[in-house]
Design a protein around this ligand. Sequence first.
Ligand code: NI
Length: 188
Amino acid sequence: MKLPVYLYGHPVLRAVSEPLTPEYPDLRKLIEDMYACMYESEGVGLAAPQIGRNIRLVVIDASPVADAFPECAGRKLTLINPEIEILDGKPEVRAEGCLSLPGLSENVPRVEHIRLSWLDENFQPQSEEISGFLARIVQHECDHLEGKLYIDHISPIRKQLIRSKLNSIISGKTRVDYPVKYAPKKRK
Ligand code: NI
């Protein structure tokens, strides 16, 4: 099944997600569908809230950005119940985008080094030190599981400047070339 990407303004993006258990129905198919959705929309990461499910599941394939960021080469990760430990507190600022915020890109500070612990698709525990742009992708996707978006990390002035673009996503006026689900209309 083709999964639509839920867009900014949808409440599912703002909820804190629940831990995932092996009993979750059709999990393998869901993971497969999430990869397909991410590839079709040309993203390098996708978190379950973005396809309308508040569960702690993330898929990442960072290889498309490996030319600019060698640490991303061949990095394909399925993260279940991921946890991040900050290893280096010095933030680095770089442009970030999000499939749930089409047409936007903003500079976001993120720390460069993290320790990531997670369960793989077989629910086996994994742990790895991750740095650079891959660490940025992981932090961005794990934010989604807490109901956070990258625009929460930008200055109030910057947010004010992109307010009209955000409003056009909320009101369904932004054109997107991958399947999406807009926020429910607010009752007047
Ligand atoms: Ni995102």
